[in-house]
Design a protein around this ligand. Structure first.
Ligand SMILES: Cc1cc2nc3c(=O)[nH]c(=O)nc-3n(C[C@H](O)[C@H](O)[C@H](O)COP(=O)(O)OP(=O)(O)OC[C@H]3O[C@@H](n4cnc5c(N)ncnc54)[C@H](O)[C@@H]3O)c2cc1C
Length: 257
């Protein structure tokens, strides 16, 4: 059964196809022969064009300066971007709809809106040595101490951390009364106490690495916890839903030609 696409959807597909074919694909060989890295001026051009096309704010609500595209339209865009190596099509970060629902106005200004404008770049840290398929098993802690949280633990396979300046970090929050529950935090990667302890090679040459980080007494402001106490894994599930849907579209992208 065929599902006809609306003219506006076909237009998004066309824009993304043109970006992939005219801007990105000509640099595939350069990327492939240079571990996924293209000259900085080329990377800057790709990013600027992606921002101009609105790809960093497709999922963001219109009232926040986003495009508020349907998930179907976003899938059409990511299918086209997926025709190109991730070394090139991951040219920008994206602000997701759930971030605007979960974050405070201050967090939106400091972290989320700069994703739309290309001023900041994020990564997402959930996985640990003993917590992969079952993220509920994570042991990294965020202990409330006065106006801060103090983070201790280790995170594995943090994709694009080498490009990012902040991370979403899932941890076990320990409140002032000692009660433990899962919560999500915004962590500046420049915070003292964060150390990259490994950067395992994966079976490709992408410029986005997947390093392992150790957190030793890393202090972050309490204002960087996302959502109310007891927010648990809800926001991480929201991230997985949007991220994995687009990863699937990216993977389904037909090859060039
Ligand atoms: C390229 C790449 C990028 C990644 N990027 C990120 C990132 O940005 N941030 C992040 O936090 N994590 C990231 N990860 C980690 C990823 O989310 C985990 O690898 C994934 O959750 C699986 O965990 P694991 O590798 O520990 O495998 P395991 O959980 O050990 O699973 C190993 C195998 O056992 C199977 N299995 C596990 N549990 C069960 C069960 N109960 N019943 C039956 N079978 C089971 C699994 O299906 C799998 O085949 C990335 C991983 C890769 C490969």
């Amino acid at each position: 059964m065929a599902y006809p696409l609306a003219p506006s959807s076909l237009e998004w597909q066309r824009k993304a196809r043109e970006y992939a074919e005219k801007d990105l694909i000509p640099f595939e060989e350069v990327a492939e022969f240079n571990e996924g890295v293209v000259p900085p001026e080329i990377a800057a051009r790709h990013k600027a064009r992606a921002l101009e096309l609105g790809f960093s704010r497709m999922d963001a609500p219109v009232e926040q300066g986003g495009l508020g595209l349907s998930k179907l339209d976003q899938v059409l865009v990511w299918e086209q971007l997926g025709r190109v190596t991730n070394a090139l099509c991951w040219s920008m970060s994206e602000a997701h709809e759930w971030m605007f629902e979960a974050c405070t106005p201050d967090q939106i200004e400091r972290f989320v809106k700069p994703l739309m404008t290309g001023k900041r770049c994020e990564c997402y840290a959930i996985t640990e040595a003993q917590a992969g398929s079952d993220p509920e098993a994570i042991t990294t802690t965020a202990r409330r101490t006065g106006g801060d949280y103090v983070i201790n633990g280790e995170k594995w396979f943090v994709t694009s951390a080498n490009k990012a300046d902040f991370m979403f970090l899932q941890a076990v929050e320990i409140d002032a009364g000692g009660q433990r529950q899962h919560a999500l935090f915004l962590v500046e990667l420049s915070s003292p106490g964060i150390e990259m302890i490994d950067n395992p090679l994966f079976g490709h040459t992408f410029a986005s690495h997947h390093p392992t980080y150790r957190f030793k007494d890393v202090r972050i402001p309490a204002a960087n916890r996302i959502g109310a106490a007891g927010g648990g894994m809800n926001y991480t599930r929201s991230w997985f839903r949007r991220e994995r849907l687009m990863i699937a579209a990216d993977a389904a992208g037909p090859p060039p030609g």
